[in-house]
Design a protein. Sequence first.
Length: 281
Amino acid sequence: MSGASPDVEPGEFAHPGPGRAWAGGAVSQRARCVLAPNPGPMTLEGTNTWVLGEPGARRVVVVDPGPGIEEHLLAVRADVLQTGRRVGLVLLTHRHPDHAEGAARFAELTGAPVRALDPSGLLGAEGLTDDSTLEVDGLVLRVLRTPGHTGDSVCLLLPAEGSMLTGDTVLGRGTSVVAHPDGRLADYLDSLHRLVEWSSRAGLRLLLPGHGPVLPDPAGVLAGYLAHRAERLEQVRAAVAAGDRTAAEVVARVYSDVDRSLWPAAELSVRAQLEYLRQHG
């Protein structure tokens, strides 16, 4: 599914912005991105499908096969096969179609099982659990449950490289929608704080997002995300105090500097913020 439907896509401010466009490719010894051909205002240059594997290993892990675009799924399979390897496992960071829609077809193409936190995403495998460790031919990944963007969002720590795959919890450019009602702001803030803790504990050096370029300085990025959320929450609180009652009214005031094509996505986040204020003040 393309980025046309804001109720299933990530970006609050996910516009491309200045600088060289992200094109995917190898980012380290163990991580390579195959970029899906679904660019848009909500998906940046497209969905990042990550191919992870230990140097010299026979099997790799594919994270987020992406939308149900046959061309892309075949390209991911070809990217793996051309190195003489095969897909041993498929993982989903969350249920949204631009990340997970192609999983069933990709499993058919590769014979690999699919694991996810959401039981509906499982194919021939058990579900993911928080703080568990996965291993495929020497590649070690640690699963961190990070709800907020969606209820089933997870991040994946790659300890050998000090990197974290963030799905749509953290984007390579812009900030992520809290996709209310599935996503909840209180959960999202807790998840960001958890990632801050892991950034320090694991010595994170790089974030590998679900859309957009890789991000150095994880601690700085996460601090910026928390600051942005605090600022937006104060703006929504002020809008309510000024008499705005509906999410649409708040969006028109608080997100007036954002392209109107993104207002439907912004309204999801505002609904989450209004719920948060009702519960937490």
